[in-house]
Design a binder for this molecule. Structure first.
Ligand SMILES: C[S@@+](CC[C@H](N)C(=O)[O-])C[C@H]1O[C@@H](n2cnc3c(N)ncnc32)[C@H](O)[C@@H]1O
Ligand code: SF4
Length: 402
């Protein structure tokens, strides 16, 4: 018997996990030109950014973790934010080179950068392509000027369309984000906007229902009655319309908010949802790393200046590095997996927990949800139905046992 199989059997017998051979890398750039009233991501406005200092610090945190993790094949890299299209293309190139040097890149590695569709940022898209980015995700948010003003965006519909065209000229793969169920949005407005989006899209679209996050300016406006979201029945109708329009445009949902043609799924997202390992670099970035038979949850210091200071002093700004216990792992796999069309895969569940999926989850809850047509389940795994996706939060509460 091969040595690696013996190790695997030993680890499973001791209920210790073997690290996956692959890993995804997330790089967080925390700065934006201005703050949008709905956003609670780790984003900040700063006038004078010392790009050399930030480049050095990101490279040093990356090197620090590469020594801990050892050899892995990187299947995807994601520059997220904030607004990473405000990074210098040279910094992006150096980070990609460093990832290649410390790890190794899969042959078909996906390297995505989130970009805001303002005309000034669009000028850098071809430089990002030369730097090694092979996929961009544009924050279009709406194809309607009134809504873009309401959402506090710095671009208008015409600019967004121009930038989509530039993205399609420079990248084989690109996606854009839209936010729906916005204040004052009607079914007719959304139908027109989404149909137009299907004509502009190539292979992938992210379509998020607006969430009013506590602490954001929209939260205050809602509390003061200045903005009102669509009621539940309109929100459900908008969700169903989204599925119908995108299904018929060959962009079916592969996750609650993400739609793609065959083979166009975002690899980075799939790593999170199928509970693969990922390394998070930069302020507030999270990671999940399998080491010494455990899965560690990592989090970097969230405040940009504190992150920079600590990284300068210690080479990294890790705030959390803790092994997850079995219950936390099971809960996370369920929480992530149920969001996706492929659901929780039983063999992957066994690899990541050493447990049988159907034994780990309450039989009665599974039967109840199956009878209500909220989920389907068999030997291969558990999947949420379309009806289930509309009640995702309550399904997760029923199925996540801890
Ligand atoms: C990291 S954010 C933004 C990236 C980029 N800075 C931008 O604004 O386009 C990624 C996406 O999350 C979505 N998003 C952010 N806050 C949201 C909210 N409160 N409700 C729904 N979608 C949201 C937006 O579509 C956004 O493009
Ligand atoms: S939505 Fe994008 S641009 Fe707006 S504050 Fe959030 S991260 Fe920055």
């Amino acid at each position: 018997m091969k040595w690696s199989i013996l190790v695997l059997i030993y680890m499973m017998a001791k209920n210790k996990l073997t690290p996956p051979k692959t890993i995804a890398v997330y790089i967080h750039w925390p700065f934006c030109l201005s703050l949008c009233p709905y956003c609670d991501f780790n984003s900040h406005v700063k006038q004078n950014i010392n790009h050399r200092d930030w480049e050095k610090a990101l490279l040093s945190e990356l090197e620090h973790y590469s020594k801990i993790i050892g050899t892995r094949k990187v299947t995807s890299i994601f520059f997220g934010g904030g607004t990473p299209s405000l990074m210098e293309a040279d910094t992006v190139a150096k980070i990609i080179e460093a990832i290649e040097k410390h790890f190794s890149l899969a042959k078909n590695v996906e390297i995505t950068l989130e970009a805001n569709p303002t005309s000034s940022e669009s000028k850098n898209l071809s430089a990002f392509s030369k730097a090694g980015i092979n996929r961009v995700s544009l924050g279009v948010q709406a194809l309607n000027d009134e809504s873009l003003i309401l959402l506090g965006r710095k671009h208008n519909t015409e600019e967004a369309k121009k930038v989509i065209k530039i993205a399609s000229d420079n990248f084989e793969r690109f996606s854009f984000d839209l936010i729906y169920a916005r204040p004052k949005q009607t079914k007719i407005m959304w139908e027109k906007e989404l149909t137009e989006a299907t004509k502009l899209a190539r292979g992938h679209l992210s379509v998020y229902q607006l969430i009013i996050e506590p602490g954001t300016p929209f939260y205050l406006s809602q509390a003061r009655g200045l903005i009102t979201l669509p009621n539940e029945s309109l929100a459900v109708a908008l969700f169903q319309m989204t599925q119908e329009i995108l299904d018929s445009a060959n962009l079916p949902a592969y996750e609650v908010s993400n739609h793609a043609a065959d083979g166009e799924h975002c690899k980075q997202n799939m790593t999170y949802w199928h509970y693969g390992d990922y390394l998070g670099i930069g302020p507030g970035a999270h990671g999940r790393i399998t080491l010494d038979g455990n899965i560690y949850a990592t989090r970097q210091h969230r405040a940009p200046e504190m992150w920079l200071k600590r990284t300068r002093m210690a080479g990294h700004a890790t705030q959390t590095f803790v092994p997850l216990d079995e219950e936390e792992i099971i809960n996370e796999i369920i929480l992530m997996g149920l969001r996706t069309k492929t659901g929780i895969d039983a063999s992957n569940f066994y690899l990541r927990t050493g447990k049988d999926l159907n034994e780990a989850i309450n039989d009665q809850a599974i039967n109840r949800l199956k009878q209500g047509n909220f989920i389907t389940s068999d030997q291969k795994g558990i999947r949420t139905t379309m009806t289930g996706l509309l009640r995702l939060d309550s399904i997760i509460k029923e199925l996540a046992p801890f």
